[in-house]
Design a protein around this ligand. Structure first.
Ligand code: SF4
Length: 230
């Protein structure tokens, strides 16, 4: 019989906001983490917790840690091309301040924004399996629920869209992914979609800086409908 691709743990309480550094729920990702620790002992190489403003009204959900970005620095989107575009756009929109943002030690801060990923461990080839996204969703859900002022979630890419939608209590067939689409959920949250700001999507033109900015401006407008910032 084939080994299960994820281990379902009864100890995974919905209140566990961040996974332990040695989380073993996804054996493939745990093995990859160990391999990375041997290859790059100075890197973070653990589930990367979300970071940002604990009073955030806006959450941004990416796919998973980038190998040389979050997996190296220990902070989502920090240290790679995806983060460079995301952080610059947030700063333009006055949702962040204090460049440079290339390392967690620098003074960059998010204002009213929290950033996390659908999958918290580095996946090989940047491609988490469906079961791994499912296994990590309780952590995403509990993190989003921990933000008392949260109104809007921006999902970067299809996987983040699907996992965020489920974490927020929405149903997929009713809310398909589309660039700059707004999904108003019965649970009171709004979900805004954008293609992921990965280097690949930037290089191929699937996502331009203007498209990302437009999606974040949509999030700001939707947040204002809900009373804006706290
Ligand atoms: S991806 Fe999430 S659930 Fe899977 S091993 Fe990492 S922290 Fe645990």
């Amino acid at each position: 019989m084939a080994a299960p691709s994820v281990l379902i743990s009864p100890r995974l309480s919905e209140r566990a906001i961040d996974p332990p550094a040695d989380c073993q729920l996804c054996p493939r990702l745990a093995a990859h983490r160990e391999a990375m620790r041997a290859r790059q002992p100075g890197w973070f190489n653990a589930p990367v917790p979300g970071w940002g403003d604990p009073d955030a009204w806006l959450a941004i959900v990416g796919l998973a840690p980038g190998e040389r970005g979050a997996n190296r620095t220990g902070r989502p989107f920090t240290g790679d091309a995806a983060g460079a575009l995301l952080f610059a756009t947030l700063a333009e929109l006055r949702l962040a301040s204090g460049f440079p943002a290339e390392s967690p030690e620098a003074g960059f801060r998010l204002d009213g924004v929290f950033i996390t990923n659908a999958v918290q461990c580095l996946p090989p080839a940047n491609k988490p399996e469906v079961a791994e996204v499912h296994a990590c969703r309780p952590f995403l859900a509990s993190r989003l629920r921990s933000l008392p002022w949260l109104k809007v979630v921006v999902a970067l890419g299809q996987v983040a869209h699907q996992s965020s939608l489920k974490a927020l209590g929405g149903k997929l067939p009713k809310h398909p992914f589309a660039q700059n689409a707004v999904h108003r959920l019965h649970t009171g949250y709004a979900l805004v979609d954008s293609y992921h700001c990965s280097r690949y999507n930037q290089n191929t033109g699937r996502l331009t800086p203007a498209m990302l900015r437009e999606a974040l401006e949509t999030a700001i407008a939707v947040g204002a409908e809900h009373g804006g910032e706290r």
